[in-house]
Design a binder for this molecule. Sequence first.
Ligand code: GAP
Length: 557
Amino acid sequence: MEMDKLVALCKRRGFLFQSSEIYGGLNGFWDYGPLGVELKRNIKNAWWQDMVSGHDDLSAPAGAPDSYEMVGLDCTIIMHPQVWKCSGHYDLFHDIMVDCRESKKRYRIDQMRGRWVVAKPPGGEGGLAPEKAAEVQSLGRLFIVSDVESPEAAVEDTVARACQVLGIRKKKADEHLTWESTSVVGIDSKVDRARVLAPHATWFGTLTEPREFNLMFSTQVGAAASDDARAFLRPETAQGIFVNFKNVLDSTRVRVPFGIAQVGKSFRNEITPRNFTFRSREFEQMEIEFFCHPDSSFQWYKYWRDRRMAWYTELGLAGERLRLREHESSELSHYSTGTADIEYAFPFLPEGDFGELEGIAHRGDFDLRSHMEGKLDPNTRPLQLELGPDGKPRHRGSGKDLSYRDEITNQRYIPHVIEPSAGADRATLAFLCEAYHEDQAPDENGQMQTRVVMRFHPRIAPIKAAVFPLVKKDGMPEMAQGIYRALKKHCNVFYDEKGAIGRRYRRQDEAGTPYCITVDGQSLKDGTVTVRDRDSLQQWRVKVDDVVAEIRQRVGA
Ligand code: GAP
């Protein structure tokens, strides 16, 4: 599937629009249109229903070590600034960036990859351009950064760019350039920038000194513009759960093991927002913090990893494009004994690459202890308080006791946490990509035409059924409207009497509506209507009195 086609469909049919589009848009911000808002809401509702409100607290689900309870929370976006100091976001949540003075573009230094090359002095056919020789010879080793993501393409790209800027004929590259590595390599902040050719520059040395950018959006609470009034828009929903852990324990009867779930907006000032909604600056997360006894935490980790993977599969993200990737031990934080990502092969990624949909992390007691004692140093084991240059805690915790006492065993401990953290926008994007299909279907003249059809699982489809009168006369609209009103009590239904019936079907195929109900001449005689299946294109007749029950049963409404 080509991404351009999906992007065009999303705009044409009202799934997604660029934010503030009439003013030229704002990079990294997206609006959901009338169909998009239904789709995303259905995904969030399915998550809440399956993880929280529909969860059976009384019995252990398959694969779980025990039964457990689930409750929800809805916390504020702006919280006490100390939350982000203790969580680590204040110190760690930043990227090191460089700017290109020539192209005015900004890059993350850790994403700058390319090759070291040395150009031989001019001489021989197709070699280094003489007018560039002196400067190139004085620079010596040159680092050519590529703008291409795939490593194979980057090798080719860097050779081509090196030849272009140095005036070397591409066919003669092997003769006049020496490569210091066979594959692309990253550069770090220590590399002399005079030798670096930035991705969109025409000569070397255009990059600025690396600078730190905190990804948290800051704002001000109240009228005073002082440092004390500075606060942040949350970069994740998780911390609201940790800081309310004691409130939930004190106000409900939950006992460990239990989970707290939250769905809400998060904000990250991403330096390079890209790939449609995949990396946005404002997005929604669906997070669970699951609190359990340290001894059973690894079993719970495995349960949540598999449970979350099954959730996507059940809603239609099946097949080779979805995978569960367990992190290597070198990728894990010191306090974590397991992290897995659920990944999807988004069509905008190079062949064979996958993008993260959700991370499931074993976080140990890092978060609760940090909010109790002060920011812990994630590189210590066992975890120790991080100290400042004065030997005092770098960021002080709340001092509140966030430990848990088991009423049966009387044991007191700090629960360990398993965190399944999903992105609602990334999930929506993956479901959109997976749903997009083109096939052949006959038009009203019986001619086969290419049809665009969004094959959403009925549970997340924005519209569950559309009702059409074949023509706008003979009592057909009245009958169709009756069906529409009866169904509307149960699910989102669309009524359409405008245009040729074939066109109306096509519009619903593009919206991903699983069923279309048509009232025709026969309906008035025998009280039956046709029901058309979006995917198989099969049509069958159903009694008017039964059609609501049939659609409800098929879409689960
Ligand atoms: N509390 C853990 C946490 O926030 P994360 O991996 O940074 O972990 C979790 O984010 C999920 O949030 C990601 O798997 C992704 O689905 C979503 N997400 C993160 N950054 C995003 C962004 N800039 N745009 C869209 N979704 C994002």
